[in-house]
Design a protein around this ligand. Structure first.
Ligand code: GCB
Length: 609
């Protein structure tokens, strides 16, 4: 599925702006034909999350209706018209001019409907969308189980199984588009090998016509490589060399124009598509991530798409500001924790040279319980991963696929006291006191996800991000060991010296066991901006700095630690729970409105100089 663009063969118009909106707690909308007109609408901006805007809708996750009238005026000769939704969280049904187009499950990836025979040209159209994000164990990410299964076992409201607010709505743009009837359907650009002298690249083009020709032009700074090939059976694979390529890297995020033209059997150009691509290779070696054959230690953050007023809705000023602040701090990378971000994040990362670990919405997975539920959830998990790779595959900034965040083994722990013991037991086990011999439930599902990742993309590493207490069997499923660690926060709270000692011991042990580099994907401390204490204590800005320093010092000391991502870039909204003051996770280095805490300055001094 190619992203909509404007050029002489294609058009796309954004429907972002104010839409009519109405909640439907009685689920009477369809029966009462709300897809034609809403009886009592209010205005809502698209993109945004409704929970962030209306008093009566903050915790409302059930069905709501969006309605937009728009005028369509296009040259439709030999064109297909379609609607494109960049994301609707989580389950949506779409109607155009009173006709149902279909339903879609999944909150963070695009979907489209061909509306060629339903859209009214040079006339007004009515688009209606019903959306809900109810929390069910069968969904991805799962919710609605008894308590926060993966966490402390405390109750939370709304009852998500993950630590971020289950925002609802049309979170990204909606487009009305046209493309040629005979068209390019997909383009995949891959760097197979690259050095400063020469690169070998491959362009795979899928078309909806069986025969014809494809021209591929790769251009940078006036230098052009052009190749022409015949299409056989809808697909053309064109491998060619680029001499003296300008390699994409954080220091020089060089982007080439990749222009693809489609010729029909009478040699007329019928479609054209322009992509910005980067030539670079990425792999994992014994010491970590290697970009263009050079070690690339990762320094950065786990994040969220989260901001005041917009909720999870795409907020372009925040997007740009976050990139600026990440660069100011001296970060070189971030993870799209815990779901695919709007593609605009990746566009900017491509241009800025930030490295991205692109994550699926597979967060808070667990593997005990109703089998049918687990089975359908696994199918969804695999589908979302495949769709994510399909969407993001051409972004040079994307250096790895994270197939799951913190899956939990059965009955891992039910309280923090137990967690603390579990960690020590875990450590004891890891130093060889006892061996786990049985296959932990969930292992096969995770392996299957890794396989899906590798089968869709052989050019990028695939990882699973594991929590403290995850079975050894899960640690090295991916290309590198990726772990979240809260020594000094949830475990050994307030005891940073002990935390430092245990962290080091644990990492040494894991490295000895797996022989793989270790990426610290999360560590951090909730910190109330403006709270100070000498000596430092939990929640003070000083404590956050001291805790981060432990992890960063170790990163500098141990070659096998190949990256550190601080949790989190900014404070973010969560469900209400005893651990979440004001419904917020306060582990941000910046506040939710992007003001620096002491830790931001500490990182800037340490990383940007
Ligand atoms: C984690 C989760 C993240 C939470 C974080 C925390 O390990 O991956 O989603 O927000 O811990 O702050 O508890």
């Amino acid at each position: 599925m190619l992203r909509p663009i404007n050029n002489k063969f294609r058009s796309c118009h954004s429907l972002a702006g104010l839409w009519d909106f109405q909640m439907d707690p009685d689920r009477c909308g369809e029966k009462n034909r709300w897809f034609k007109v809403l009886p009592n609408p209010r205005s809502i901006p698209v993109p945004s999350s409704w929970n962030e805007l209306f008093d009566d809708a903050r915790d409302y996750l059930d069905e709501s209706w969006y309605l937009k009238k728009f005028f369509f005026n296009a040259h439709l000769e030999n064109k297909t018209s379609y609607l494109r939704f960049d994301s609707a969280n989580y389950f949506s049904c779409i109607w155009l001019n009173g006709v149902g187009l279909g339903e879609h499950e999944g909150g963070h990836l695009p979907f489209e409907y061909d509306v060629s025979d339903k859209i009214l040209n040079t006339q007004e159209n009515v688009l209606a969308v019903s959306v809900e994000n109810r929390l069910f164990p069968s969904r991805v990410p799962p919710g609605g189980a008894d308590g926060w299964k993966a966490g402390a076992g405390t109750s939370m409201y709304p009852d998500a199984n993950y630590d971020f607010f289950p925002y609802c709505g049309l979170h990204r743009d909606v487009f009305v588009c046209t493309k040629p009837v005979q068209c390019i359907e997909d383009i995949k650009f891959e760097t197979l090998a690259a050095s400063v002298d020469s690169a070998s690249v491959c362009v795979r083009v899928v078309t909806n016509i069986k025969e014809g020709q494809i021209a591929v032009r790769l251009t940078i700074g006036g230098e052009q490589t052009e190749v022409l090939r015949t299409i056989t059976d809808h697909i053309t694979e064109i491998a060619f060399d680029v001499s003296k390529p300008q390699l994409w890297s954080p220091e020089d995020p060089a982007l080439y124009d990749l222009n693809v033209e489609l010729f029909d059997s009478s040699s007329a150009v019928v479609d054209e598509y322009l992509l910005y691509v980067g030539i670079r290779t990425v792999s994992v070696t014994k010491t970590g991530v290697s970009l263009n054959g050079k070690d690339m230690p990762l320094k950065g953050f786990g994040k969220h798409e989260d901001s005041d007023f917009f909720g999870r809705g795409l907020n372009l000023p925040v997007l740009v500001k976050d990139h600026e602040l990440m660069k100011w701090v001296g970060a070189n990378s971030f993870r799209t924790s815990h779901y695919p971000y709007a593609e605009e994040w990746l566009d900017l990362a491509d241009r800025d040279g930030l490295l991205v670990i692109s994550e699926t919405p597979n967060v808070g997975l667990y593997f005990d319980g109703d089998e049918a539920e687990l089975g359908s959830r696994q199918k969804l998990s695999e589908r979302f991963l495949a769709e994510l790779i399909d969407r993001d595959k051409n972004h040079p900034s994307v250096i790895a696929w994270s197939v799951a965040n913190e899956p939990s083994p059965p009955a891992i722990y039910s309280s923090f006291a137990e967690l603390e013991k579990t960690e020590e037991n875990q450590l004891r086990k890891a130093v060889g006191k006892s061996e786990v011999t049985t296959v932990v439930p969930g292992t096969q599902q995770l392996k299957d996800l890794i396989d899906v990742g590798r089968s869709y993309d052989a050019t990028r590493p695939v990882i699973v991000v594991n929590l403290l207490g995850a079975p050894d069997q899960w640690l090295d499923l991916g290309d590198m060991v990726c772990i979240t660690r809260y020594w000094g926060w949830y475990v050994k709270s307030g005891r940073l010296d002990e935390a430092a000692e245990l962290l080091e011991k644990e990492l040494e042990t894991i490295h000895k066991k797996t022989g793989k580099p270790i990426f610290l994907a999360e560590f951090g401390a909730d910190t109330l901006a403006g709270c100070h204490a000498v000596p430092s204590e939990m929640f003070s800005e000083e404590y956050q700095v001291e805790l981060l320093k432990i992890y960063l010092d170790l990163f500098e000391k141990k070659d096998y630690i190949c990256g550190v991502h601080i949790w989190n870039f900014a404070d973010f909204k969560t469900s209400q729970a005893v651990l979440r003051v004001g419904g917020m996770n306060l582990k941000g280095v910046f506040t939710r409105d992007r003001k620096p805490k002491m830790a931001a300055k500490f990182l800037h001094d340490r990383w940007s100089k």
